[in-house]
Every structure is written in C-alpha cells, then in structure tokens.
Design a protein around this ligand. Structure first.
Ligand code: R1P
Ligand code: URA
Length: 291
C-alpha cells in the first residue's frame, strides 16, 4: 500500500494536520465552511455544547453539538486556493491513517455546507436575499490540476458557457460542478432562491469590478447575466463554492453553498448591514442540518 511521505502530508508534532491544526478525532462528518473567521463564533454561539476550538492563521474551527448532532465549523479564509488546503486536509483527517500514512480502505463521506456572502448578477436578486447554489462555475482553475476532472464536471454547460462568452484563452478554463442534491434539499426554504454561482479568483477584476484598473473584457458581466442554458441562468459571484463542489465531487464528499447577497451588481447597491441577515441564514441552515 502506498505510504504518503512526510513532505506530501505534513503532520504537526502534536498529531494535527499542517494548516488546520486539527486531529482526526476533532471533526464531525457534518462540516460548515465559512470564509470569515468571525462567522465561526456566530455559528457556534447556537451550539448546545462546545467540544473544541482551534485556530491557526485564518483557519479558525470549532466542533460541538446541536440537537444531539455533532457539527464542525471551519473558516476557510478567502479564495479557492485556501479551499484546496481546507478540503484536502479535512479529507485526510477522515480518509488517511495518520499512523501508517496510507489511504484507509473504508471511505468516510463528509457533508460540507458553505455559508457565505455574495454579489448578485441578476436584477431581480435584491441585497439581503439568500441564494442556494445548485451549480458552481469555477473561474479559478483549481479542479483542472486534478486527474479525473472530466468525470465530475457538466461538460455541456461548460462548452455552452465558454462559447457564449467567447472565452479569453489567456484565462483558465472554467469548470462547472453540481451541488449534492440531498444537501440542497436540507437547505431549501421559502426565502431561498436557487441559482448558479461563479467563484472568481479575485474580488475586483475577476468579478468585473472596475476601480482604477480597466477590465480586459468590459462586457463580461453583461454576457454572464444574459447567458441561459436549459432552465439555468448565472445568479451570483463569490470566491470559494466551485472548489468546494469540485474537490468534494472528486473526493466523494457532498457539498452545497448558500449565501447572503450583499451587493447587486446591476443595481449598483450594497447591503446596509448584512450581519442580522447572516444570523437568520445561519439559523435556517442549522435547522436544516439538525432536524
Ligand atoms: O463571506 P465569505 O464566506 O468570505 O464569502 C465571500 O466574501 C469574500 C469576499 O469579500 C469571499 O470569501 C467571498 O466568497
Ligand atoms: O460581490 C461580492 C460580494 C461578496 N463576495 C464576493 O466575492 N463578491
């Protein structure tokens, strides 16, 4: 059996995984991922019991229970490069034996639910609404580094999207991955709008925001807003969902993302205070995950 070398999976002297500083026994199978480390405190404030709190760099985490269910919250920080670290390390904690450094025969599937913030690309999605991502489009290219990406992507959607946008060959090839249907069904609700989410490798230029620097393709957001495929339209931009969906599909975990829309890019509006709305969304997600 292949032994994974010390350089490839770095384990700290206390037995915890390199960046997250978590040990195999520290995490639950239901994991909430958030970008903002401060959101971990908000989510865990609803827990009935707290088992542990850890932090290293931006990777703040907490495990506890709610309604008898064990949950872990992990802050990923911003960006899909961080998701590569977080999802691979969480997977390693359950699917690699840290003593023998071999892949376990018995696979453990994790449920990842990301609770984030996002910007809308359609006029009818006002600030402070909730958006559940049925599909993610990655502008970040992460999944293209892994073998088997073609097995987990929606190839027809990808082709229709790149053709319709006249995709710039200087950019990485976009990838499209679905959420896990049974996790989506736990998160639906009266106030939850379903959509297709782009994860961008930046907040400004990569999301078509122009401050002092002009954008390479000034019309990219108009083309994205107008794009239709089957009954789908692209609804919003954020910065992590695609990599969570892509890596989860490759590693055989389940993933879904729900965000508070904090800006509407067409209307030019931003939420006055999204924090109370986020608190309500957290309560909604926790209800869905623990009922
Ligand atoms: O609120 P979070 O979860 O961080 O999500 C969004 O906010 C950050 C950008 O402001 C990015 O991480 C983006 O994905
Ligand atoms: O417009 C937005 C708002 C939040 N997060 C993003 O990445 N983009």
């Amino acid at each position: 059996m292949r032994r994974i070398e010390e350089s490839e999976l770095i384990i700290n002297p206390d037995g915890s995984v390199f960046h997250l500083h978590l040990k195999p026994e520290d995490i639950a199978e239901n994991i909430i991922l958030v970008g903002d480390p401060g959101r971990v405190e908000l989510i865990s404030s609803f827990f009935d019991t707290i088992e542990l709190k850890k932090s290293n760099r931006e990777f703040v985490s907490c495990t506890g229970t709610l309604n008898g269910k064990r949950l872990t919250v992990v802050a990923t920080g911003i960006g899909t490069d961080n998701i590569d670290i977080v999802v691979n390390e969480l997977d390693a904690l359950v699917n690699i034996d840290f003593e023998t450094r071999t892949i376990k025969e018995q696979h453990t599937a994790l449920n990842f639910v990301r609770i984030g913030t996002s910007g809308a690309l359609q006029k009818d999605l006002p600030v402070d609404c909730w958006l559940l991502s049925e599909k993610a489009i990655g502008f970040d290219g992460l999944i293209n580094f892994y073998a088997g990406r073609n097995k987990v992507v929606d190839d027809d959607f990808e082709q229709a999207f790149t053709k319709s946008l006249n995709w710039n060959p200087l950019l990485t090839a976009p990838y499209v991955v679905d959420a896990a249907p049974d996790l989506l069904s736990k998160l639906v609700g009266e106030n939850v709008i379903k959509g297709v989410t782009i994860s961008a490798p930046g907040f400004y230029g990569p999301q078509g925001r122009e401050l002092r620097l002009p954008i390479a393709d000034a019309n990219i957001n108009d083309k994205i807003t107008a794009f239709r495929y089957d009954n789908h339209r692209v609804t919003n931009y954020e910065m992590e969902c695609s990599a969570i969906y892509g890596l989860s599909a490759l590693l055989e975990h389940k993933a879904a993302t729900v965000c508070v829309i904090i800006a509407n890019r067409l209307a030019g509006t931003a939420s006055k205070d999204y924090k109370p709305v986020m608190k309500k969304l957290v309560e909604h997600v926790l209800r869905g995950l623990t009922k």
